[in-house]
Every structure is written in structure tokens, then in C-alpha cells.
Design a protein around this ligand. Sequence first.
Ligand SMILES: NC(=O)c1ccc[n+]([C@@H]2O[C@H](COP(=O)([O-])OP(=O)(O)OC[C@H]3O[C@@H](n4cnc5c(N)ncnc54)[C@H](OP(=O)(O)O)[C@@H]3O)[C@@H](O)[C@H]2O)c1
Length: 272
Amino acid sequence: MSNIILITGASSGMGRAAVNFLSTKDFIVYAGTRDVENFKDVKSKNIIPIALDLRDQNSIIKAIEFIKQKHGKIDVLINNAGYGLVSTVEDVSEDEMYAQFNINVFGVLRVCKSVIPLMRENKSGIIINISSFLGKIGLPLLTLYNSSKYAVEGITDSLRYELKDFNIRVHSIMPGFFDTKFARENLVTNKKTFDKNSPYSNLVSSLAPIIVEQINNGNSATEVSQMILEIIQNPKFPARATVGDKAKKFIPMKKELSDEDFERRVMEYYNI
Ligand SMILES: NC(=O)c1ccc[n+]([C@@H]2O[C@H](COP(=O)([O-])OP(=O)(O)OC[C@H]3O[C@@H](n4cnc5c(N)ncnc54)[C@H](OP(=O)(O)O)[C@@H]3O)[C@@H](O)[C@H]2O)c1
């Protein structure tokens, strides 16, 4: 029997690349998306688009129940959906703040909450959280995004203990910058922060274009798909791994240096 995979945020970027790649490796891939129309041209019988709105537990329960009725199991859950909010803390609105955590953190928890019982009953499962190298290091203007990804790292660490006795593995992938729709279409920016009269305008005009440029010229999403396959195939795969140039540059540096020395290196690198 083929292994069953559920991927969230599947319509573009790393999610879409993983759907395409894993569907060629004898997996049945459920492509969780807010809009299944995104998959109307898909030909592979191994790709099954499924409506999934991470803000709505009922939508998640419905999708998981559908998969359970068909296959009786979900072997692999890939929590991939996420987006970035660019705002200072001073300017961020209550709605923007909540929306960022609602997708990037509570969405992950909601899907885990619905999938874990099925994995636990089957005494088998793999949960892969697509976090970020910004889940271990901070950057200005990205406090809300960074803290949401730090939270994802915490979810991975805690769940690993909580689920180990049920033969459920939990891993985190920390990508560097990747060329996807992340910065091209899905970045959310705060109006006040980006106003030309903002007290942060120097920081915004120097840093924001560099970050966007680095993301749009980043690594290819297929590298993440390859790592997902390695995690599935290797029961001894480490708890977390980095992928992409920026993650491989900054994460080891963060481990080696003091917080203050690391901060100095980041300030030099981004000229902030
Ligand atoms: N690109 C990077 O440089 C980078 C670096 C590190 C980590 N990451 C993380 O990697 C994951 C995948 O991102 P990506 O780079 O592949 O970006 P992407 O192309 O924008 O894809 C993100 C997916 O998340 C869902 N999504 C986006 N905005 C959303 C919103 N406001 N509400 C609900 N769902 C939303 C969408 O899925 P549907 O439309 O199908 O629902 C979208 O396909 C994210 O968790 C991101 O934080 C990205």
C-alpha cells in the first residue's frame, strides 16, 4: 500500500514542488490548499487536491476525515503553509499580529491536533514542519514572522518528546531564502512601517529591498523536496536540518559565536 502524505499550503513554492516530486516517488499526495482550483490542470493520479483552510478547525477535520475514510491513515504530514509579515512592532495592528500567528503557528497546531490521533492509532507517522532559518535568528522588521517561526521550532522540540512513544517522528526543516511566491506575491507589509515619513524609513529603505532581492534570487524549492524525501526514508534523520545557502551560512555561525558577536556579524552583513 502506498504511503499517504498530506502537505499544507500546497499550491505554490516549496509545497507545490514537494507535491510534484513526492507524487513521482510512489506516494499518494494530498495537496492541502485554500483553493483546489489551483490544481485543476494536474494529471497525476497520485496528486489529490484537498480543500484546507488553516484558520478553520472544521475545514481541517473534514479534510482529515476524508483521507481517513479512504486510506485509514496519514503516514506523513508536512506543515508547509506560511507567509511573512513585514512590520515594526510599534506599527503592527492586532489583526496583522493575530493573522501571522493564526497561519504560521496556530495553523500548524490545528493540523497536528487533527492528524496526531490517526497517527497514534496506527503507531506510525512523520510530521515535518517547514520552519525557517529565521526560526533561530532574528531580523528587524520581521519580528512577527521570526517569532512565529521560533514558535514552530518550539512545537517541533516539544512534540518530539510527546509523540516518541507512539512511533511518531517530528522534524523541522529550516530553509534559508528560496525563490517562491513568498516575496513575489505573498508578503504582507504594514502601511505605517512603509510610509516614507516613518521613523523607521532608513531601515526600511536599506533592508527591505535586500531581503526581497535575496529571497527572489534564493535557492530552488526542489532542494526542500529532496530533504523531505530523505527525512521520510531515514528513521535516524536529525531533529532539524538546514537547507539553502543563507541557512547554511548563518545557523552554524549562530551556534559558534556569542549572541553579541553574531549580532555584529549580521549588522555588518546587512549594513544595519
Ligand atoms: N521562500 C523563502 O525564502 C522561505 C524561507 C524560509 C522559510 N519559508 C517557509 O516555507 C514555507 C513555504 O513558503 P514558500 O516559500 O513556498 O512560499 P509560497 O510560494 O508563498 O507558498 C506558501 C503557501 O502557504 C499558503 N499561504 C500563503 N499565504 C497564506 C495566507 N495568508 N493564509 C493562508 N495560507 C497562506 C499558500 O497555500 P494555498 O494558497 O495553497 O493555501 C501558499 O501556497 C512557509 O512556511 C514559509 O514561511 C520560506
